[in-house]
Structure formats: C-alpha cells, structure tokens
Design a protein around this ligand. Structure first.
Ligand code: E4P
Length: 219
C-alpha cells in the first residue's frame, strides 16, 4: 500500500520524506489555505521533496477553465497530479488530461457509481472520502469494498486512494480491502508505529542490557 501525506505543510512533508515511507502528497484548497502559502510556490516546493505524485486541485467548475488551470499546474513539475472534482466537467477534464499522459486524481468520491465513472474517464486515482462518508451516517469502508470489487471485475487500472482518513483503523481496514493508496494527515501516519507493547519491550530490553555493563561500539 502506498502512503501519501494529506497536507501542504512543508515541515511535516520533510519529516515524513526523510523516513523513506512517503510515496506522495495530496493537497486541496482547504489545506493550501491552512498553509498560508502561495499555491504555485508551495506546490513546487512539495514536488521537490517527494518523487511520487503530488495532487494539486483545480478550483474551476467548468471544463474549459479546468483545462486552463490544469495547464498551469502541470507545468509546476513532472510529478504533479491534477485533482479534479467528481462532476461531469471534472470527468471530461480527467479524460482529456489522462489522454495526454497527465496524472489525474478524481476527488470527492462518495459512491461506487461515481468511482466507476472515474475509472471510465481513465483516472489515475479515485479518492473516496471515508471519514466524511462516516460523518454523514454512511459506511466509508463499504464504499472502498464496493469500488475494489467493481475495479477488479473490469480490471480497471485506476488506483483507489482512500482519503479523508481519520485514524489508524481506517488505514488497517483500507489495507485489508486492498485500497492501493491511503492519504493521511501526518499525525495518523505517525500513529501507525505506536504500540504499548513495543514501548514496554524496549524498556525491558534496555533495563536488562544495562545489567550487562556492555556497549555496542559505534565507530
Ligand atoms: C484527499 O485528497 C483530501 O485532501 C482529504 O483526504 C480530505 O480529508 P478531510 O475530510 O479530512 O478534509
């Protein structure tokens, strides 16, 4: 499973990139606003920190303007992935862009039928929003399961990018189902490493090691 960071904060991306565990980044207009940075500048900086796809979202609602915005965004770097909303204009834009070899992430997916359309439009990624789905009384995991089934039925290449992830269980369940990517707030990525028995085990080993009076040479 690929891990993307769902943030536009440079320091958070740098920290995760250094671990070697980061496969890409997703941003959206809200995350750009939160960063307080210029959209083009911050996207360029992020693209330089990771080798994988960096999603940058168009804000136009009509196809023609989406195409013009995408033209600007895709010039930022080779690893920019254009993010478009799951609307007819977004799908039309997706079809056109992927036809030209540009990566496209179709976002704000809340139904399996929408995901089917995204695959038919040739999307590189489809982003079902698990957390927001749950918040509205639906089952986010059921959505991921349905999309996996449909994509496997027809051998679609579109990757399922589990988004709006709120906690470690969302990651675990998405991985069980076979989502290709999980995009997560950095704090969720970091939380995956924690286990009380790991901490307790380290504590015990170090206590016993101390009793040996030995050190491991480091040079
Ligand atoms: C995905 O690409 C989105 O940026 C993101 O996952 C949205 O998550 P939220 O529901 O926490 O805003």
């Amino acid at each position: 499973m690929k891990f993307f960071a769902d943030t536009a904060e440079i320091s958070e991306i740098e920290e995760l990139a250094e671990t070697g565990l980061l496969d890409g980044v997703t941003t959206n207009p809200s995350l750009i606003a939160k960063s307080g940075r210029d959209f083009i500048e911050v996207t360029k900086e992020i693209c330089g920190l990771v080798d994988g796809p960096v999603s940058a979202e168009v804000v136009a609602l009509d196809h023609d303007t989406m195409m013009k915005e995408a033209e600007t965004l895709r010039k930022i770097a080779d690893n920019v992935c254009i993010k478009v909303p799951l609307t007819m204009d977004g799908l039309k834009t997706c079809k056109k862009l992927t036809g030209d070899g540009t990566m496209v992430n179709v976002t704000l997916c809340f139904s399996a039928n929408q995901a089917l359309l995204a695959a038919k439009a040739g999307a590189t990624f489809v982003s079902p929003f698990i957390g927001r789905h749950d918040d509205n009384g639906f089952d986010g995991m059921e959505l991921i399961r349905d999309i996996r089934l449909i994509y496997d039925n027809y051998l679609y290449d579109t990757e399922i990018l589990a988004a709006s992830i709120r906690h470690a269980t969302h990651v675990l369940e998405s991985a069980r189902i076979g989502a290709d990517v999980a995009t997560m707030p950095p704090k969720v990525i970091k939380s995956l490493v924690s286990h009380v028995l790991t901490d307790k085990g380290i504590e015990g080993f170090l206590a016993d090691w101390g009793k040996t009076g030995q050190t491991i040479p480091t040079s």
